[in-house]
Design a protein around this ligand. Structure first.
Ligand code: GDP
Length: 474
């Protein structure tokens, strides 16, 4: 009897030890980052992820999310903000907007923000399946503007090289009208004259206006990233610089100018921006991300025409340098990035009929490939998909010129029902014939009306959840 007692005591002890060790070894924390250029759908995406997880066991439809399908999810809870110096992602405000009558799209986030969730689940394999009923994963989701990633290549360029790079954008035919005021003011600046902070501030504000006008016109390659989305830096002198013209660059190369001159101030601010704004984002935040979602709004670019589409490709090219972890990569010189999974998602896929969604993924892949012919995601598993964080349309069928075709139905901004076939999505970056007879046009749908106890309708968010979290909650 005594021997039996001892044995069961030993087993209990062993179980306890394994449980403690298991808890220590278990991967209980995941930093997920979500980015994309302005308007790509980050706010809608994070709102939907949080909503799907909170509603996972009730009204959410997540057939491809294994922990739900296998009935291993016990519950998901929002927790207090982990990083007290970061803004809290405004989930409640976003849901309030989406639950309104009529529902409206939530206001877009403009800087970095964060939300923490605790996920309780049961493991499906390994020894802990027997000894621990309840395992916890802390998920921190960080939202940050893709525009900030456009700044990484600046670390590899001095002020003059950056100015030369900007000149081609400034002189591009479709942007010239937007930059006229800035170009005039810049020309009048005397570079070697004693530093005039107010004059520099004025010209920098005209440069910022130019970037805002570009954004309003649908362009995405806007640099420096913080000029458009300054966050806590709004109004700070570190943002009071601008690119020099070709003649000015040549002039500076000949004569570096006296200390305290306008050009000396401009150099100083550019270098400060590199060191105190660009680098800290990578060192303080980017370095900590485990997994990354990059949202790309290919459809708006297609809708807006060739110049915008080409511009998005150039912007993606810059943005992708942050995920290219080759040996000579800029980031590798700063630190070793941790990201092990990277998902590119073409957003707002509810703007095209279901039969066009595979083309949308192919188009995204082709844009990424064109942007970076040879991407080296060393050790990073990547995936491309097409999603709608919040599905605002319903697919149906109709007869058109004797043919049975798929159509979409949604509600327009005026509350009226829209029924249409938005057009074929090209399966690769389109050539000039596509732009000559562009047949792609989609309207702006209002968010769906629904019972507020129901999870947000979506397209493929369950697959995204599985890719990001599946292996961590197995
Ligand atoms: P952010 O600037 O990247 O945060 O972009 P938002 O999430 O604010 O999205 C910008 C706009 O795109 C929204 O106001 C919506 O009009 C639209 N949008 C975003 N996600 C979706 C989606 O899943 N479906 C549809 N139909 N529209 C979307």
């Amino acid at each position: 009897m005594k021997k039996l007692l001892n044995t069961s005591h030993l087993i209990d002890q062993l179980k306890q030890n394994v449980k403690v060790t298991g808890a220590r070894l278990a991967d209980r924390h995941l930093n997920l980052a979500v980015t994309g250029l302005s308007g790509s759908g980050k706010t809608a995406f994070i709102t939907s992820i949080v909503n799907q997880l909170l509603e996972a066991n009730d009204s959410a439809e997540l057939p491809f999310f294994s922990v739900v399908r296998e009935e291993r999810l016990f519950g998901v809870k929002r927790e207090a903000q982990p990083n007290l110096s970061l803004r809290r992602f405004a989930y409640e405000n976003a849901m309030q907007a989406l639950n309104g009558a009529p529902p409206v799209w939530p206001e877009s986030t403009t800087g970095i923000s964060q939300v923490r969730l605790h996920i309780r689940y049961r493991k499906d394999k390994g020894i802990s399946r027997y000894i621990s009923e309840d395992t916890k994963l802390t998920l921190d989701i960080t939202d940050y503007p893709g525009e900030w990633l456009l700044d990484l290549p600046l670390l590899d360029m001095d002020y003059l090289a950056w100015s030369a790079h900007c000149e081609s954008e400034l002189q591009a035919a479709e942007r010239q009208a937007l930059s006229a005021e800035f170009l005039l003011a810049r020309e009048a600046l005397e570079l070697t004259a004693p530093g005039d902070e107010l004059a520099l501030k004025h010209i920098a504000s005209l440069y910022t206006d130019y970037l805002h006008k570009c954004r309003a016109a649908g362009f995405q390659l806007l640099q420096p990233g913080r000029f458009i989305l300054p966050g806590e830096l709004a109004g700070a002198p570190v943002l009071d610089f601008f690119p020099l013209s070709e003649e000015q660059v040549a002039q500076v190369k000949q004569n570096r100018g006296p200390k305290g001159s306008n050009q000396a101030l401009l150099f100083n601010r550019y270098e400060h921006y590199q060191e105190q704004v660009v680098k800290p984002f990578y060192v303080d935040h980017f370095k900590r991300f485990d997994r990354q979602v990059v949202l790309v709004d290919c459809l708006s670019a297609l809708n807006n025409g060739r110049a915008h589409f080409d511009d998005l490709q150039r912007a993606l090219n810059w943005l992708l340098t942050s995920f290219e972890y080759g040996k000579t990569n800029l980031l590798s010189r700063l630190f070793t990035p941790k990201i092990d999974k990277l998902i590119f998602a073409a957003s707002k896929a509810d703007h095209v009929t279901p039969d066009q969604q595979s083309n949308l993924v192919k188009l995204l892949d082709s844009m990424l490939h064109n942007a970076r012919k040879q991407m080296q995601f060393d050790g990073v598993s990547t995936e491309s998909t097409a999603i709608a964080a919040i599905r605002a349309s319903q697919a149906g069928r109709t007869e058109h010129k004797g043919q049975d075709i798929q159509v979409l139905q949604g509600t327009g901004a005026d509350g009226k029902v829209i029924r249409l076939f938005p057009g074929d999505v090209p399966a690769k970056c389109p050539d000039s014939s596509f732009w000559d007879q562009q047949g792609f046009d989609f309207p702006h749908f209002s968010p769906p009306s629904r019972d507020e106890n129901q999870a947000l309708p979506h397209i493929r968010m369950d697959r995204v959840l599985e890719f990001i979290l599946g292996d961590k909650i197995r």
